[in-house]
Design a protein around this ligand. Structure first.
Ligand SMILES: Cc1cc2nc3c(=O)[nH]c(=O)nc-3n(C[C@H](O)[C@H](O)[C@H](O)COP(=O)(O)O)c2cc1C
Length: 202
């Protein structure tokens, strides 16, 4: 089949993006409001951008009514964040934290997710996350406008926490020990269970 994205309605194009650009890693992002109230939400339009300077990106769509999600409002007030990565054992909590709570109500408390203070930034990190990147906001790039338009967040990594328990014999993270989940379409997720190698040319 073929799809003409220049004529597809957003409600039709979005599911096709969700179901085809897979598997997607998940940024589990903690932020704080101006008065210090914590927020936690998952975003799977997420990836690393570059190592110099060390930068991550994720995309936060506006709500159907055109308003910004709490994560974006918080970053506009306090330009600091933690990007936590999500292991299989925290998949349920991660999904629960996608709930639309009133602004200022913490998903950490609402979902019973333990937090721990960060070293360089004000938002706390997810205590049980095997990897957490403490970041400052680099910039927000707007793609589109109004409902479903994207606030693409670029975040500069200042400091990282990597659990010793996920390191392999080479001192680097072992994918099997990390056991991160990735998002597929709808409510489906994948685990990093089958790993293979492909050599690349010099
Ligand atoms: C696995 C998963 C991935 C998600 N990815 C995105 C995403 O990439 N962009 C987005 O805008 N919302 C995404 N969402 C929805 C947000 O998490 C949800 O709208 C959340 O309420 C936003 O929280 P906030 O208002 O506290 O920022 C995702 C939800 C789940 C469960």
């Amino acid at each position: 089949m073929q799809l003409d994205f220049t004529t597809l309605a957003t409600r039709d194009s979005y599911p096709w993006l969700l179901a085809t650009v897979t598997p997607r890693p998940i940024a589990w992002v903690s932020t704080v409001s101006a008065d210090g109230r914590t927020n936690l939400a998952p975003f799977s339009f997420f990836n690393a951008v570059c190592a110099r300077p060390p930068t991550l990106m994720f995309s936060v769509a506006n709500r159907p009514d055109g308003t910004k999600k709490d994560t974006v409002c918080n970053l506009e007030a306090v330009p600091e964040l933690v990007v936590n990565l999500v292991p299989f054992v925290l998949a349920e909590e991660m999904s629960a934290s996608a709930a639309s709570l009133p602004y200022g109500e913490s998903e950490f408390e609402h979902c019973g997710i333990a937090s721990t203070p960060s070293v360089r930034v004000r938002p706390p990190r997810v205590a049980a996350a095997p990897v957490a990147f403490e970041c400052v906001l680099d910039r927000v790039v707007l793609i589109g406008e109004g409902p479903q338009a994207a606030n693409v967040i670029f975040a500069r990594i200042l400091f990282a926490h990597v659990s010793d328990a996920v390191l392999g014999v080479d001192g680097r993270p072992d994918p099997a020990k990390l056991d991160l989940v990735a998002r597929l379409g709808g409510d489906a997720y994948a685990r990093t269970r089958e790993v293979f190698s492909v050599t690349r040319p010099d």
